[in-house]
Write a protein that binds this ligand. Structure first.
Ligand SMILES: C[S@@+](CC[C@H](N)C(=O)[O-])C[C@H]1O[C@@H](n2cnc3c(N)ncnc32)[C@H](O)[C@@H]1O
Length: 198
């Protein structure tokens, strides 16, 4: 079964395999921008393994207070202060080696997913990568029952939410100058999709 909306226990279960899949893409001078950091579950875990990298957490305005509360309870030291970032608005200056988002593409409306690619690609250095983790559909595959149920539950909650197809994301990536680089199969029928900048 796929991740639930804002489910920190799912994030905690998945953080280790996500880190293992991201690790080959994290160079010693990595500068990561995380979209929708939630309560910093992934940031906390990756930074604990790799204190040498710079991890910029961000949250949409509605999620920033929960992120800051989590960091107040359990601080992460020697990393940039989290920033407010709605992917449809202005992005931070600076080039990143990686943009990472876990469980964000099925929560954002499609216009925001499009903005994530359009505005994210210019924020990447040449050779940098955009990585999205979560449940996705693939038009070439029969969807798993868990992902179908999750998609139906999302759409019942908000018709703008829902699982995206890998092919739709590939099209957005290509239009933004990114090329498919990896599709890692992850536990519970999730994927880590990676596109790199030429
Ligand atoms: C299901 S939560 C995932 C949180 C965290 N990444 C995790 O895996 O535990 C979805 C996240 O997407 C963020 N989000 C939704 N719309 C957004 C937008 N337009 N721009 C940036 N973040 C957004 C939410 O604020 C929320 O943190």
């Amino acid at each position: 079964m796929s991740s639930q909306i804002g489910d920190n226990s799912a994030a905690a279960r998945n953080r280790a395999p996500i880190y293992q899949a991201l690790a080959p893409w994290l160079s010693s001078d990595a500068r990561v921008l995380e979209i929708g950091s939630g309560q910093a579950v992934h940031a906390r875990y990756v930074i604990a393994q790799r204190p040498d990298i710079a991890w910029q957490m961000s949250e949409a305005p509605a999620g920033l207070a929960a992120l800051c509360d989590s960091l107040a309870r359990e601080p992460i030291t020697a990393q940039p202060t989290p920033i407010t970032l709605d992917v449809r608005q202005a992005w931070p200056a600076g080039r990143f080696t990686m943009i990472f988002g876990a469980n964000v593409a099925h929560i954002m409306p499609m216009a925001a997913v499009r903005a994530l690619f359009e505005r994210g690609a210019p924020a990447l250095m040449a050779g940098g990568c955009l990585c999205l983790y979560g449940p996705f559909f693939d038009t070439q595959e029969t969807p798993g029952a868990g992902n179908q149920r999750f998609d139906a539950a999302l759409q019942a909650r908000d018709p703008a939410m829902g699982l995206r197809t890998r092919q739709a994301l590939d099209a957005l990536a290509e239009a933004a100058g990114l090329v498919p680089a990896a599709c890692d199969v992850m536990p519970q029928d999730n994927r880590l999709l990676i596109w790199s900048k030429r």
